[in-house]
Design a binder for this molecule. Structure first.
Ligand SMILES: Cc1cc2nc3c(=O)[nH]c(=O)nc-3n(C[C@H](O)[C@H](O)[C@H](O)COP(=O)(O)OP(=O)(O)OC[C@H]3O[C@@H](n4cnc5c(N)ncnc54)[C@H](O)[C@@H]3O)c2cc1C
Length: 319
């Protein structure tokens, strides 16, 4: 099997999600290559070797500076045609989702979407896809090559193999229609500390907080723990916290080592986004809240008194 993994990069680093997918591809065997597309990205590309790629294609061109999908479709379509890759894998992001679907259309290929795992069974690639509000996992396949797949955020942890990849420059030749879109402005989210996708600790808040100001309490606790703050859809919809922090079926999937759920009932649509967390701690005043059914540790009580006490205890920890 020959596999190509799209290595998305931001601010000079390949994103964690892509490195996780690359490591998974390497674990399946066969030839595994990565592709980095951008401007001034040769140094970025080298990292692919540390996470499982035997070679990394470098499409380095000023026309690829903006994170737009169409020029990248041209690059990946050429690579697949020229090198005969049987499988092309992507980690979920807005860019990767646009790119994967457009590449599938360009190549007339099948794309399996929202996968959480993949395996080789009886010599065939089988995708694992949660269905019915994530209550079951179904096997999905492809009827022809190339086989394209997009994986959920944080489906795999990146594992450094310490290897190195051969870097191969690719000539960038773009279709006229691929250069018709121009990125007018790019804004960066103001944030201090890790993102919820990368954080080892997440402190998540729900409607039980009672008001948007109470998120300040969670931000203080998260800062003491070196973590990030997440939210339920109920509070995001209410405008209490920004949408990128939403965890769940229609938000992000996270898998930190520690997830502290504060004033969250634990609806199935929230659970599916955080059930992969290492240790789940819930603080809720209702002893019958569903969140306690899948928490490792539960504290029944008023979050307004528990969270400040917990924050004080964390501060008193010997460093
Ligand atoms: C198609 C669809 C997609 C959805 N996608 C998502 C999604 O991606 N993510 C998501 O989160 N939801 C999603 N939802 C919504 C989901 O069904 C729930 O409505 C939502 O998760 C509830 O949010 P909550 O836990 O903050 O609020 P609530 O369900 O209102 O729970 C608040 C909790 O706080 C507790 N509480 C109240 N006061 C205190 C206090 N003082 N101290 C301690 N505890 C207190 C209460 O006992 C209660 O358990 C989706 C729903 C649908 C239909």
């Amino acid at each position: 099997m020959s596999t190509l993994v799209f290595l998305e990069h931001h601010e000079g680093e390949i994103v964690r999600n892509s490195l996780g997918v690359l490591g998974k591809a390497a674990s399946l065997g066969g030839e595994v290559a990565g592709v980095v597309a951008g401007s001034g990205v040769r140094d970025v590309a080298a990292k692919g070797g540390e996470f499982g790629a035997s070679r990394v294609f470098v499409a380095d061109d000023p026309a690829l500076e903006m994170p737009l999908p169409q020029p990248r479709v041209d690059v990946l379509a050429s690579l697949v045609r020229d090198h005969g890759f049987e499988t092309v894998l992507f980690g979920q992001s807005v860019l990767a989702a646009d790119l994967a679907s457009a590449l599938a259309a360009r190549l007339g290929a099948g794309l399996n979407w929202d996968l959480t795992d993949v395996a080789v069974e009886d010599g065939r690639l089988v995708g694992k896809r949660p269905a019915l509000a994530d209550s079951v996992v179904v096997d999905v396949g492809w009827t022809a090559t190339p086989q394209l797949a997009l994986f959920r955020t944080a489906a795999f942890d990146p594992v450094s193999t310490g290897g190195s990849a051969q870097l191969e420059d690719v000539a960038v030749s773009l279709e006229d229609f691929s250069t018709g879109t121009v990125l007018v402005e790019q804004a960066h989210e103001e944030r201090s500390g890790p993102s919820i996708e990368d954080a080892d600790v997440i402190v998540a808040g729900g409607r039980g907080l009672g008001n948007p100001e109470a998120f300040g309490m969670l931000e203080t606790l998260a800062k003491e723990l070196g973590g990030a703050v997440a939210a339920t859809r109920a509070v995001v919809d209410a405008g209490w916290y920004p949408y990128p922090a939403q965890v769940g079926q229609t938000g992000k999937t996270v898998s930190p080592k520690l997830y502290i759920a504060v004033g969250i009932s634990g609806a199935i649509q929230h659970k599916v986004g955080m059930q992969g967390s290492g240790t789940i701690v819930a603080i809720n005043k209702d002893a019958n809240a569903p969140i306690f059914e899948y928490s490792d540790l539960g504290v029944v009580g008023d979050l307004n008194s528990i969270v400040p006490k917990l924050t004080d205890l964390v501060r008193q920890r010997p460093s």
